[in-house]
Ligand binder design. Sequence first.
Ligand code: HEM
Length: 213
Amino acid sequence: MDALTSRLWPITIAFCGAPLLWLLLDIGLSRLGSNPIQAMHIYLGDWSLRFLCITLAITPLQTMTQWRGMTDYRQLFGLTAFFYATLHLLGYLSADHAWVWPIIGLDLWQSSYLWFGLLAYLILLLLAVTSPKAAKKRLGKTWKKLHRYIYLAAAAAILHYFWQLKGNLAEPLFYLLVLGMLLGFRGLVWLKNRRFGLTAPSKPHAADPDRAD
Ligand code: HEM
């Protein structure tokens, strides 16, 4: 970890934990409105999606700034997205359905938007379990391929968001635009590298083995 990365580390951890502290404050001060369970649920879903987008933005930022230290942040932001998604899921299972599995099963059967949420969650779970350095070492090249599924998780989460909304689609459309831009950027870098690879002998990427381009 370089000096700048370790200096920014505490601020980044505080940033990742701030939404949870804010939520606890809201609960403590009874500021969640007339339907606190729903408000909490929406809040946690929103923050999970935001951290997912932040995680996806790290590689493009790294490409633009050439700052290799960002890799550590990518893992932290990804795990934070998974953490908020877990709280969101636990809220659904406990507060919404009191762990009554037949009702949960029926709800899953009837509400297709939940399938996309579940798909996004299962992908994040897989990525979280394989995120430690030891798993990365053991999986080798498969690790990189596996972790590209984060784009599928983000797309499924956005679909999950779209599908359950009854009114204003502006916010999920905004996330869709962000995801499209991030994917577009990765596509352009991939094309550029491919063209470069056709005209010059291939040069391995510098220090970062995680690069997924
Ligand atoms: C990575 C996984 C997930 C992400 C990122 C995510 C994100 C979101 C977002 C952004 C919303 C809309 C919040 C808003 O209206 O502003 C939402 C709503 C919802 N999600 Fe998820 N979700 C995920 C997984 C799940 C799972 C696994 C379940 C349950 C099986 C679930 C159940 C729900 C429900 C019931 C709502 C509607 C909340 C309401 O309006 O009462 N989500 N989710």
